[in-house]
Design a protein around this ligand. Structure first.
Ligand code: BDR
Ligand code: CA
Length: 313
């Protein structure tokens, strides 16, 4: 695989933090241009703090971290402290990060990065609501053709929803932004709940992180000790789903995932089904496919990769 230049757009969140650590542990596969933060799991002031804490845990205070949109494009913010805790990163003892935010707005960084690099060489790895990306596409439509790929954690088809019976959290929070992205024509790969609910951080997998005996492994295990509680209670599953690292794992080892090229549309009107990703999985319409929608993951391969890469940090 060729090394990918990426921007991680994120709202950390324990699983976002795991995704950032996977990227930082994979310098031969991933050139991380910057991290752009968005409001989502918790308000913006906490997501950019958590992104910087995560970089510091990995010993990478040099990574540019930008603050982005603090509310969705057309709606008030909905957050998920009930899943991630009050800080968004509950579990380990947290601290005030020493590394500063990088000057400038996340949306402008996304625009300038896509304009500065050759067309088709920058991938947007999105781990939260799509507000920053939607705002960038709206403000600078010329960048859309320059995107190599949008690889997103968001949506669901067979698993339907986690924040409402019909919708996955990232799409639910900003369905208008998601609609802009799905209608943009940029190449899109989606890691929906159908995949991420198969990537469970079970006790033995968490213990494998703890056994790394480095700062990152301990931090990961302490985050996931907290994170698993919610899903075990809610779904009766064996552990919390590691949603967001699926995006980064796909960029490193795409063969771990399988899916179908389908049409995906986002519900923005209905109160009942707001944020639903209507995926034409069975191709029953003539709507043109606009996304690679994954539904399978080799979970053992995924966790081996994650453990191996965290071991290096
Ligand atoms: C998504 O929502 C957030 O809670 C997680 O970080 C993930 O990005 C899962 O629905
Ligand atoms: Ca997230």
């Amino acid at each position: 695989m060729q090394k990918r230049q990426i921007i991680i757009d994120t709202d950390p969140g324990q699983d976002d933090a795991m995704a950032i650590l996977l990227a930082l542990g994979s310098p031969e596969d991933i050139d991380l241009l910057g991290i752009t933060c968005v409001a989502g799991n918790v308000p913006l002031a906490l997501t950019h703090k958590n992104a910087r804490i995560t970089c510091e845990v990995a010993g990478r205070p040099d990574v540019p971290v930008f603050a982005g949109c603090d509310v969705p494009l057309d709606r008030p913010l909905v957050t998920a402290e009930h899943v991630h805790g009050k800080t968004g990163l509950d579990g380990p003892e947290l601290w005030e990060p020493k590394m500063p935010l990088t000057d400038g707005h996340a949306v402008d960084f996304i625009i300038h990065s896509l304009r500065r690099h050759a067309p088709g060489t920058v991938t947007l790895a999105t781990l939260g609501p799509l507000t920053n990306i939607g705002a960038a596409f709206r403000k600078a439509p010329d960048i859309i053709d320059r995107v190599q790929e949008v690889v997103m954690m968001g949506g669901a088809y067979f698993e339907v929803g986690n924040i409402t019976p019909a919708a996955e959290f990232n799409i639910y929070v900003d369905p208008e932004a998601a609609e802009i992205v799905f209608k943009s024509g940029a190449p899109i790969t989606v890691m929906p709940l159908d995949v991420t609910h198969k990537a469970l951080a079970t006790k033995p997998r968490i213990e494998a992180f703890r056994a790394l005996n480095n700062k990152v492994g301990t931090f990961a295990a302490e985050m996931l000790d907290f994170f698993e509680r919610f899903d075990i209670e809610k779904y009766g599953s064996e552990g919390g789903p590691l949603h967001d690292p699926c995006v980064i794992a796909y960029l490193i080892r795409p063969e771990l995932f399988r899916g179908k090229q389908v049409n995906v549309e986002v519900e923005t009107q209905s109160d009942l089904t707001r944020g639903m990703t209507v995926a034409d999985w069975w191709r029953v319409t003539d709507r043109a496919p606009n996304a690679m929608f994954m539904d399978q993951v080799d979970a053992d391969g995924f966790f081996s990769l994650l453990t191996e890469r965290l071991a290096r940090l």
